[in-house]
Design a protein around this ligand. Sequence first.
Ligand code: GRF
Length: 203
Amino acid sequence: KRIVVLISGSGSNLQAIMDAIDANRINGNIVRVISNKADAYGLTRASNANIPTSFIDHREFDSREAFDGEVQKVIDAEQPDLIVLAGFMRILSAGFVSHFVGRMLNIHPSLLPKYKGLHTHQRALENGDSVHGCTVHVVTEELDGGPLLIQAQVPILADDTPDTLQARVHTREHVAYPLAVEWLCNGRLEVTDSAILLDGEPL
Ligand code: GRF
């Protein structure tokens, strides 16, 4: 399978997926990494592994649609089976999402449907939650709202700060995201118009 990964930052989830590919766990290859930030460390990770990269600066476009159109063009040129959002900090336009519907995944640092949007770790702490986690989901037009594929849970400890909690969630992200990609690439997980199937059974 051909995988394109979109990032804006450190790319530790990208790295986890690259590592799973290197370990022959994922029946696929990352054919391009795209970032909207020139200094995203994930671009360095990709270059070090000889994966082609593109930097597309959203500030150079007049509208969200124009930026998304350019990103869509660069993605389509790779004819990918799967588009993986891994810390891509841009809200996507409806046209972009519908173009890739069923083929695009995101990871979000909360137990969705709780805490869509930003500052999830701080919000979980402020609410006095005892557990927190991350979710891999199919991308639909609703921000952080598509069908859930995998969730991983972590405890919230009494002395946690947003940073310590984020670090604990990150370690789970690095397990959950490669697993979802693995299952999609080996056909265990299927996303159709009407259902998500795991081993042929609706999730
Ligand atoms: C992760 O916390 C992910 O859940 C969120 O953005 C962050 C990306 O981290 N969507 P990294 O760039 O993969 O290290």
